[in-house]
Design a protein around this ligand. Structure first.
Ligand code: FAD
Length: 445
């Protein structure tokens, strides 16, 4: 009899898992349960439609529903799995339908942390996730005069940029002293924050939301410890927390970060139950500490591993070094593993090198600055982290530097790296090499 594989969740992880399972065992009977009306769209593009950089939500859909029917993947849209019986190997939906599985893949993703202040049930609080809801919110944005973005997570930073671009009076309320402080240092974020101010955004650092205030059930102001901000919209961009209620109730083991514990094949503590994406936790390659709330590309890659193994194949996932990058204000920012702030907080010793360079030949039109900061172990000078801010070429450098951290490259090797020089795409000197050379010079000094 064909193997029955059930996937719970139709996001990047769930759809990656379903596709890989199908590729591994074409005869398998694969069912995906998705709470939402659609699967296979990119939520990552939503802030850019709101900001009017992308013309329409239509382009965010990556495959049609017919595509999955043709592929033989049975997607049950708008269907929530309410419980799992790991002994009987069944899942049951909120509508009372029970289905048997041979392998189960949990891809239940993340929720935004509850702001946990009064007024959280008012209308006008926007949790950016579901594309159908985003389409409705986009119409609302045409009527919004003043918006508050609650917390400067990566999504918060994207939404500040998007709403300010759209001409809405935009306030960022962030408890930390600078933006995205969980991954960045203040010197890296300074150009971004300056560019938000140029766009007209108002930045409230060291400030906490204390209440959402409303009239007739609708938001009218956001109260903070520094005073009240009139607002008809609040974007809740709090940190991502693993959505593990279903797994926990089924007896699947959770880890210290709150994510589902998985091994290298994405197996959970329960036989024949796999997990992938933002509902899991994965060890960090440098610190070995399990971390949770990674990115869409991690979720998709983990989904492929879970789907392959759930279908009887063999695929491994490894520890992560977490390259990240994005546009915020008029700059691109990015990094890998540790910032100075994070390394200090974790008690990890390091040496630093900064390099200021350019993205193209200095005489070529539209040449942009590129700043690189490298962190390395004091002994041996092995790279353990990087941060970048600049006008272009940030993503590629972050990808390269993540591989450099993973393979144990040292500052000495980076200081003498070869680089491409071609006036429209690269300068004679590479800012990564400059940062490494400066670090070595400082050490000598
Ligand atoms: C606005 C936005 C912007 C983003 N931008 C980027 C970006 O620029 N780069 C990047 O790499 N990543 C980005 N991401 C991706 C994101 O940060 C996550 O890493 C990614 O969505 C995780 O995928 P996932 O499949 O694990 O979880 P999710 O995307 O959370 O999907 C989980 C799915 O499971 C469903 N589900 C949960 N429980 C049940 C249940 N019991 N029954 C049925 N269905 C259930 C949920 O409804 C959801 O559809 C963005 C996400 C959003 C929302």
């Amino acid at each position: 009899m064909a193997r029955r594989i059930i996937v719970v969740g139709g996001g990047a992880a769930g759809m990656g898992a379903a596709g890989a399972a199908q590729g591994t065992a074409p005869d398998a009977q694969i069912t995906v349960f998705s709470e939402f009306e659609d699967a296979a769209y990119s939520p990552c593009g939503i802030p850019y439609v709101h900001g009017k950089e992308i013309a329409s939500f239509d382009s965010l859909f990556m495959a049609t529903k017919q595509h999955y029917i043709d592929q033989g993947i049975d997607i049950r849209y708008e269907t929530v799995v309410a419980s799992i019986d790991t002994k009987a190997k069944t899942v049951t939906t909120t509508t009372g339908v029970t289905e048997k599985y041979d392998s189960l893949i949990l891809a239940t993703g993340f929720n935004y942390a509850d702001p946990a202040v009064p007024g959280s049930d008012l209308g006008g609080l926007y949790y950016v996730k579901n594309i159908r809801q985003a389409m409705e919110w986009d119409k609302v944005l045409d009527t919004v005069k003043s918006a508050v973005v609650c917390e400067s997570t990566p999504l918060g930073a994207e939404m500040v940029t998007a709403l300010a671009h759209r001409g809405i009076e935009t306030h960022l309320v962030e408890p930390a002293p600078w933006s995205m402080s969980m991954a960045t240092d203040p010197d890296i974020m300074k150009p971004v924050e300056d560019s938000w101010l140029e766009l007209g955004a108002k930045l409230h650092f060291n400030t906490k939301v204390t209440e959402f205030k409303g009239t007739n059930g609708q938001l009218s102001a956001v109260a903070t410890n520094e005073g009240e901000i009139k607002a008809d919209l609040a974007v809740i961009a709090t940190e991502k927390v693993a959505n593990t209620a279903l797994a926990k109730a089924a007896g699947v083991k959770l880890g210290m970060s709150g994510g589902i514990i998985v091994d290298g094949q994405m197996r959970t503590s329960v036989p024949d139950v796999f997990a992938c994406g933002d509902c899991t936790e994965i060890p960090h390659g440098v610190s070995n500490v399990p971390i949770q709330g990674l990115s869409g590309s991690h979720a998709y890659a983990q989904g492929k591993v879970a789907g392959t193994n759930a279908a009887g194949g063999e695929r491994e996932y490894q520890a992560v070094y977490v390259p990240w990058g994005m546009v915020a204000g008029k700059w691109m920012i990015g990094g890998v593993s540790f910032s100075e702030t994070l390394a200090t907080a974790l008690g990890i010793p390091f040496v630093v090198g900064n390099g200021q360079g350019i993205s193209r030949a200095r005489y070529y039109p539209d040449v942009k600055p590129v700043k690189v900061k490298l962190l390395a172990e004091p002994e041996g000078l092995r790279l353990i982290g990087a941060q970048l801010v600049g006008g272009e070429g940030i993503k590629e450098r972050c990808d390269f530097l993540a591989m450099a951290v993973r393979t144990g490259i040292t500052l000495r090797e980076l200081a003498t790296m070869e680089n491409v020089y071609s006036p429209p795409i690269g300068a004679l000197g590479e800012p990564i090499a400059t940062a490494a050379q400066n670090a070595l010079a400082n050490l000598k000094g």
